[in-house]
Design a protein around this ligand. Structure first.
Ligand SMILES: [Zn+2]
Ligand SMILES: [Zn+2]
Length: 134
């Protein structure tokens, strides 16, 4: 199980079991939203997660060309989790929001085509220019 939440504590979550996938996303949207070279994410079945507190959703067109929605705390603006039209029934929690960040064990990096040279955090991970083929 993982638990986490936003900076101010108003938006909290927990998710049961183990993540289905976990990794880094280097897409431009994650860079702009997160203020760094990547965002870490842990992917769970939507049903495994419980979210408490107010959220504000912001939708963009993701790398897939379909809608990706980030859910943030309306007070402190932290992005806490995301959902994507291309990934129905799944919730991606952002690794920086974990209470215990050591639980995050990324295995892959996606959208490495937009990874900046100064961000070498995906060294040793399975890298995908965009996303793995399904
Ligand atoms: Zn907050
Ligand atoms: Zn991304």
């Amino acid at each position: 199980m993982i638990t986490g939440g936003c900076l101010c504590g108003a938006l909290r979550y927990r998710a049961e079991g183990e993540p289905k996938l976990q990794g880094l996303c280097h897409c431009r949207n994650c860079q702009r939203l997160g203020g760094g070279g990547h965002v870490g994410w842990l992917c769970f079945d939507e049903a495994a997660g419980t979210i408490e507190g107010p959220t504000r959703a912001y939708a963009t067109t993701g790398g897939s060309g379909r809608t990706a929605t980030r859910h943030a705390c309306p007070t402190c603006q932290s992005i806490v989790y995301g959902t994507a039209e291309a990934m129905p029934g799944l919730t991606n929690f952002y690794a920086g929001s974990l209470d215990d960040t050591s639980l995050f064990k990324p295995t892959m990096a996606i959208f490495t085509r937009s990874r900046p040279a100064w961000d070498d955090s995906s060294r040793g991970l399975t890298c995908y220019e965009t996303v793995p083929l399904r």
